[in-house]
Design a protein around this ligand. Structure first.
Ligand code: ASP
Length: 597
């Protein structure tokens, strides 16, 4: 507070016609400035909004000079009197647009240097620059609005869960590795040279320990850190709403998450989310959409042509089938009108997804045309087209490849075709995908947990698991999907020792390794662990969707770039040799070399 102006009396954005005549003391930043022949106008902005401050012939010479001397983004205090604007000067776009403040006193609290970019709503500046000066970027209304949305959403989530009897518990950041399948960020211990903490990939093990500890209903807005290859919409650290419940089955967990989602829809979007959300098994999602996170706004479905493909005499199909591969396609209704260039673009999308190519034909009134057409002449060809339910005017696009690659390409094809035909529209579509497989296989044939190794197997597949089978074993894991985006995952956990051992064995984790990595959890499970399960909802992604933002970085105050750097602090950064020495760490690669890798 300043002596000249006095303590702040109002927020700039709060003034209305009813305040006319009132003396106000405002604090904020200088937005737009205008000089209309000796009458000076300044838009004064604080978090609550923007008010026009004016110095006209009624103002003192001193006040006029002070207002005239202000520069963009100077931080100032202003004392003045609210008055109604003339009819013709009202600004209906602004909540404060009926009034202005006639200035009596101005005090500059801090000057602003030349700005790297303008503080305007529709800024067109490189993201790197915005991130370097993020504090200036945050002064922009759209950024503030997104942070406000985030804060309100966090509050709504907390209210809902506290009302439902959940306890918010904070879990450690300096801990041991959590098995979420990513690389750990490691922190060296100074007092125990050679020993390292891992930053949590999620609070998974601690929340399970909370259940053993009798917490029954846990939640946390948890920071998770995963050293993964970065992608456009991924951050090395992110926030998830982490939940765990005891003495429940899937139904209760899904219902809690649905109520949280409904509350967010109501409070943030002002829309009702119809509950319960639809469910689909993982197997059905893969069969119909070649994806475990299908965008249901896209009506296209996958058709299995495996049975007919072997009868038309096309070698590529024969070879794929002989090698245990899939032949599946997408029928694009009305797609025959697409010009060759657009069809090539669809094929490119398949190739970008790893497929060798895409076979296709157009279906006309007098039969098929296009590259596949010459194999589709006879009855076998007719049966092939019928299997895809093709009608005149359609385009049929077909992928033949090893199963995993084929599915990835079909997913890409379905998305690209949906965009191409402009089919992806309509209200948000949420769904649960359930009964995920317990294990997945990498390209070298190694098995890894599809979720994490504490996920319980599906009761119908338990016997097979205990008998040593891995393929086709289903789990009690579920994902929440919205518009083709995975919002979160969870599962019922294992709490039987023999089952946990069987899962470790299936993953090639021997008893010794299991003890070394998870001793504390296995120990805890000796002391009457309750049956439990949980869920984690990725909040950055969800909030980006709710805010209609293009990227998760738009809903994070201080995000990293896609390359994992922070242009603001310039982290990650080299550290002093003394710090390294203190930690007993020496580089084996030259720094330049390490960066090249
Ligand atoms: N820990 C899991 C994850 O972060 C979520 C869960 O199983 O609750 O994906």
């Amino acid at each position: 507070m300043t002596e000249a102006v006095g303590g702040r009396s109002h927020g700039c954005g709060t003034l209305r016609a009813g305040d006319a005549g009132r003396e106000v003391r405002l604090y904020g930043w200088v937005g737009a400035r205008r000089d209309h022949g000796g009458v000076y106008f300044v838009d004064l902005r604080d978090r609550s909004g923007i008010i026009q401050v004016v110095a006209d012939e009624e103002a003192t010479e001193e006040a006029r000079a002070a207002l005239a001397g202000l520069r963009l983004e100077d931080c100032v205090a202003v004392r003045g009197r609210v008055r109604r604007r003339d009819e013709r000067n009202r600004n209906p776009e602004r909540p404060t647009g009926e009034v202005e403040v006639l200035v009596e006193r101005v005090e500059v609290l801090a000057r602003c240097d030349r700005l790297p970019f303008e503080i305007v709503d529709d800024l067109d500046a490189p993201e790197e620059l915005r991130l370097r000066y993020r504090y200036l970027d945050l002064r922009r209304r759209p950024m503030l609005a997104r942070l406000e949305l985030r804060s309100r959403a966090n509050h709504a989530v907390r209210c809902q869960l506290v009302e439902e009897g959940f306890l918010e518990v904070e879990t450690p950041l300096l801990t041991r590795s959590t098995p979420e399948g990513a690389r750990d960020y490691l922190v060296p211990s100074r007092v125990r040279p050679g020993s390292w903490y891992a930053l949590p990939q999620s609070p998974q093990l601690f929340k399970q320990l909370c259940m053993v500890g009798g917490i029954e209903r846990y939640f946390q807005l948890a920071r998770c850190l995963r050293d993964e290859d970065l992608r456009a919409d991924r951050q090395p650290e992110f926030t998830q709403l982490d939940l765990e419940l005891s003495f429940v089955d899937e139904e209760e967990i899904l219902a809690v998450v649905e109520r949280v989602m409904a509350r967010l829809f109501a409070e943030i979007l002002g829309r009702e989310l119809p509950l319960p959300l639809p469910r689909m098994s993982h197997a059905e999602a893969i069969r119909r959409f070649a994806s475990d996170k299908p965008d249901l706004r896209n009506p296209l479905e996958i058709c299995d042509l495996g049975r007919q493909a072997g009868t038309i005499g096309f070698r590529i199909f024969d070879d794929a089938l002989a090698g245990g591969g899939l032949v599946r396609g997408v029928r694009l209704p009305g797609g025959a009108r697409l010009p060759r260039k657009r069809i090539d673009a669809l094929e490119q999308a398949c190739k970008d997804a790893g497929a060798a190519g895409m076979a296709w034909c157009k279906v006309g009134e007098d039969g098929p045309s296009g590259p596949l057409a010459r194999f589709l002449g006879g009855d076998a060809g007719a049966a092939f087209l019928a299997a895809a339910d093709c009608r005149p005017g359609d385009l049929l696009a077909v992928i033949a490849d090893r199963p995993r690659r084929a599915l990835v390409a079909l997913d890409a094809l379905r998305r690209a075709a949906g965009r191409e035909l402009d089919l992806v529209a309509g209200p948000d579509r949420l769904l649960w995908v359930t009964d995920f497989p317990l294990f997945e296989q990498d390209d070298d044939g190694g098995w890894f947990p599809a979720h994490h190794p504490f996920t319980a197997p599906h009761p119908d597949d338990l016997e097979d698991l205990l008998a040593g089978r891995r393929e086709g074993i289903r789990s009690r894991a579920y994902d929440l999907v919205m518009n083709g985006v995975e919002l979160g995952s969870g599962s019922i956990r294992i709490h039987r020792r023999d089952v946990q051992e069987a899962v470790f064995a299936a993953l090639g984790i021997g008893p010794e390794e299991a003890r070394r990595r998870f001793r504390f959890l296995l120990d805890a499970f000796r002391f009457g662990p309750p049956p439990h399960g949980g869920f984690a909802l990725g909040l950055d992604r969800l909030y980006a969707l709710l805010a209609g933002a293009d990227s998760i970085r738009e809903v994070i105050a201080f995000p990293k770039t896609t390359a994992g750097g922070c242009p603001l602090t310039e982290a990650p950064a080299p550290i002093d040799p003394e710090q390294l020495a203190e930690l007993g760490i020496r580089f084996t690669a030259e720094r330049g070399e390490a960066e090249k890798e």
